[in-house]
Design a binder for this molecule. Structure first.
Ligand code: ZN
Length: 139
């Protein structure tokens, strides 16, 4: 079904499988619970949980479907990711697909991983201060 959805939006979808040529080229670990998107091309990684795989597919589609005007307003990587989740969920919903609590929680954790993405690049000390200021002690 995801193949049909990708086709419909003119997206080239690669469903990476354990031991295939993508794993041989880039290393299988690269694809464990992780997917990639570039332009209208998605490499959907390897997930033990099929629902996480599905939500990840919609997330990557969300990147593609985020309107340019919305994307251009994003000032941080976190905002870009947040929009991709938003548009991804919207797309899933349009197909009548809902995700369970665990999956949504997992998705939220993926997004939280991008909090302070830019600040983190500034170095440990700055990052520690920002976390403190914003109450992100759990990150
Ligand atoms: Zn993303």
């Amino acid at each position: 079904m995801i193949k049909e959805i990708a086709d419909y939006y003119g997206v080239e979808l690669v469903e990476v499988q354990s031991g295939d040529s993508f794993c041989k080229t880039n290393g299988e670990d690269t694809y464990i619970d992780r997917s990639f998107v570039a332009g209208k091309y998605i490499e959907l990684g390897i997930y033990t949980d099929p629902e996480k795989r599905l939500v990840s597919f919609f997330h990557e589609m969300g990147h593609i479907l985020t309107p340019k005007r919305v994307h251009n307003k994003c000032r941080t990587k976190y905002q870009v990711e947040e929009k991709a989740w938003k548009y991804g969920y919207k797309l899933a919903k349009s197909f009548g697909i809902e995700f369970n609590k665990d999956t949504k929680q997992w998705a939220k954790e993926q997004l939280n991983g991008y909090k302070g993405y830019e600040e983190r690049e500034m170095g440990e000390e700055v990052w520690a201060q920002i976390k403190k200021d914003r109450g992100w002690d759990n990150l």
